[in-house]
Design a protein around this ligand. Structure first.
Ligand SMILES: Cc1cc2nc3c(=O)[nH]c(=O)nc-3n(C[C@H](O)[C@H](O)[C@H](O)COP(=O)(O)O)c2cc1C
Length: 332
């Protein structure tokens, strides 16, 4: 049984990766429904939270049915991280996660996200300040290191465990790699196999099928897998992986009806949570993924994206179902 603090996550949990502008409550709802065992909010700037930027506060929205859920924060200043943690405590998530992996320039140049990978002492101090500011379990998500010549994840894992983190998720790339190349899981396995390490180690990077999930589970021996991009527009991946682990068989892919129903549910939640205008707007980035692989879909995607109001988009989704279900079923 994998546990983070007192949170039991089953034998081999599948985690939904935190993703900026993607892993909001509507998206998390459909992932939860399809088997995600632990989810995180997108990263939230500690300084933004303190300044009370409305957008940052909205990112703290979590719901009971999502549990267990972690709120992810980032920042390069100890005091700001401690204050942000106190704010996070009020919303009562199951855990607080620290992002030390974000490669985006606006974050890195402030010494936060993956920027911290260059300064392990600072990383340790930032982590300590979060651990000291909460009774909740604290976890960390990070990368292998800053660049090819400074893959320091083995030292990082030991030192962060020593200051009290309860789990570590490792994306098998360096900051310099951004998202290029293939994730290298061999160092993740080394961290996992270090006899000094006793916290759960979750592997992350490029898991996009049940077959790959099983291969990586067996080859690298991690305690669970974190999945990001493959879940966008395809939340079914979690249950597909679980089914494959249990039976060795591949579930049939969702048919068009499933896709339309899930997109509708996602849209409905989006509108309820953000209001009609913003809800429709923010849902736009998901249609390509929900309907990937359907030939000649473009005009419908355009209509979905240009839909003026909730009802118009719902009508288009119904039409998609009618038009494509007969002819496209096998092609998806
Ligand atoms: C659109 C997008 C947004 C992301 N935002 C975050 C974030 O807020 N916090 C974080 O720790 N990682 C973030 N990541 C990184 C993912 O959590 C994950 O580590 C990465 O995508 C590799 O996993 P994958 O190959 O399964 O996608 C983001 C990735 C993407 C594609």
């Amino acid at each position: 049984m994998v546990k983070i603090g007192n949170i039991s996550l089953g034998e081999f949990p599948l985690l939904l990766a935190p993703m900026e502008d993607v892993s909001d409550p509507p998206f998390r709802a459909v992932c939860k429904e399809n088997g995600a065992d632990l989810m995180y909010t997108e990263f939230i700037s500690s300084e933004g939270l303190i300044r009370d930027a409305i957008k940052s506060r909205q990112k703290l929205d979590i719901f009971d049915y999502e549990k267990p859920i972690g709120i992810q924060i980032f920042g390069g200043d100890e005091e700001a991280m401690a204050m942000a943690t106190s704010i996070v405590n009020v919303t009562q998530p199951d855990l607080v996660d620290i992002n030390f992996g974000c490669p985006v320039k606006k974050v890195v140049t402030k010494g936060a996200g993956a920027g911290v990978l260059k300064d392990i002492d600072l990383m340790v101090r930032l982590t300590e300040s979060v651990v000291r500011s909460t009774d909740l379990p604290v976890t960390v998500k990070t990368r292998l290191g800053w660049d090819e010549s400074s893959k320091n994840i083995e030292e990082v894992a030991e030192r962060l465990q020593d200051v009290g983190i309860k789990a570590l998720s490792i994306h098998g790339r360096t900051r310099q790699q951004m998202y290029k190349g293939e994730a290298d899981w061999s160092l993740i396995a080394k961290v996992k196999n270090n006899p000094r390490i006793n916290i759960p180690i979750f592997g992350n990077g490029d898991i996009d099928s049940p077959q790959k999930a099983l291969e990586y589970k067996n080859r690298y021996g991690v305690d669970g897998l974190m999945i990001g991009r493959a879940a966008i527009g395809y939340p079914w991946i979690f249950n597909e992986i679980k089914h494959f682990f249990e039976t060795g068989e591949t579930l049939p892919p969702p048919n068009l009806d499933d896709r339309v129903e899930t997109a509708k549910k996602h849209l409905k939640f989006s509108v309820e949570w953000k209001g009609e205008k913003l809800g429709i707007f923010e849902m736009r980035r998901h249609y390509t993924n929900y309907f990937r692989g359907i030939p000649h879909f473009k005009p419908y995607r355009t209509r979905l994206v240009e839909g003026e109001n909730y009802q118009a988009v719902l009508d288009t989704l119904d039409e998609v179902n009618e038009v494509f279900s007969a002819q496209m079923f096998e092609n998806i």
